[in-house]
Design a protein. Structure first.
Length: 310
């Protein structure tokens, strides 16, 4: 089976490329902004006018992990417009050409932000989408456009919405947490009793690989997760134990922290640390027979060991 993987230089894509290259049943082609074009690697920008036809020749499945994830509000007047250029227009251009080239299945890595960024009951695939931030809004618009293409062309579509992905050298919020623990920074997060769903990088990769040729995955949306929810306090303590460094956590009530964050204009940041965001992965379990291979404990351990030790 010949696969085209976009975003192969990214956090998820690079790990996925390693796993796919280790399997003899897959012939992998990769596309990113940072590789030189050769027989199996293409340097292609994710734009509305990019030509993907050479990369798509003979491809059975496209796994689309490439996306624009960060737009600074102080750099552009309309961040959503910038996200749309890549995450919507670029994605749909690729998908249309994939269908034209005869690709059987298109796997799109979306975001749990499509569902929302805080909840009381765990999100499911059937919930009404409620993206609260521009990045998530662009992913939702891309999903809608992909369903239009699926209905028009018959190309199978699989959408995976992961929550926060953690692993070695993870970017974003998890990387910041690791940095704080590494530096021994005292944090007022010792009394947070929320529930957050996370997904270890290798668990997400395993779900993606399962969806490559599983018959029941066709034209479905799946939420990804470890199947274990943790509080921010528990996560920080777990990171500290794994690193062999104490997590210096001060027990400050969450309500007080949220009030202070609102006063400082940091309510969105506080919600990520203090609010709950749970996902229900029972659909992937029942429909695909999939179980996350790693526990949260093992997922955290792999953040701080070399690949040879895993």
């Amino acid at each position: 089976m010949r696969i085209l993987l976009t975003g192969s230089g990214g956090f998820v894509g690079s790990r996925l490329a390693t796993v796919l290259n280790s399997e003899s049943c897959f012939q992998l082609r990769t596309a990113s902004r940072s590789v030189l074009e050769d027989k199996n690697n293409f340097r292609i920008e994710l734009e509305s006018a990019s030509n993907w036809m050479d990369a798509l020749e003979g491809v059975n499945t496209v796994i689309h992990t490439a996306a624009r994830a960060h737009v600074m509000k102080d750099e552009v007047p309309d961040p959503l417009a910038e996200y749309r250029k890549v995450n919507v227009a670029g994605t749909l251009n690729l998908a249309r050409q994939a269908a034209q080239a005869g690709v059987k299945r298109f796997i799109f890595i979306s975001s749990i932000g499509v569902n929302g960024n805080i909840n009381i009951c765990p999100f499911t695939e059937h919930d009404e989408p409620s993206p609260a931030e521009p990045y998530a809004q662009s992913k939702w618009e891309a999903e809608q456009g992909l369903w239009d293409i699926q209905r028009e062309t018959g190309m199978e579509l699989v959408i995976i919405r992961p929550p926060l992905v953690y692993g070695a050298n993870a970017p974003g919020n998890f990387g910041s947490l690791v940095c704080w623990i590494e530096k021994g920074v005292p944090l007022p997060l010792g009394a947070i009793h929320n529930k957050r769903s996370l997904v270890a990088l290798d668990n997400l990769v395993d779900l993606i690989v399962t969806c490559i040729d599983h018959p029941a995955a066709a034209n479905q949306v799946f939420l990804a997760g470890d199947g274990q929810d943790v509080s921010t306090t528990e996560l920080l303590r777990g990171v500290g134990r794994t690193m062999g460094k104490p997590a210096r956590l001060i027990p400050v009530p969450a309500g007080m922290l949220m009030f202070g964050a609102g006063f400082l204009g940091k309510k969105a940041v506080a919600q990520r640390l203090l609010g709950s965001l749970q996902v229900d992965i029972s659909k992937a379990r029942s429909l695909l027979g999939w179980e996350p291979p790693l526990s949260v404990e093992e997922g955290l351990r792999r953040c701080f060991v070399s690949e040879n030790e895993c």
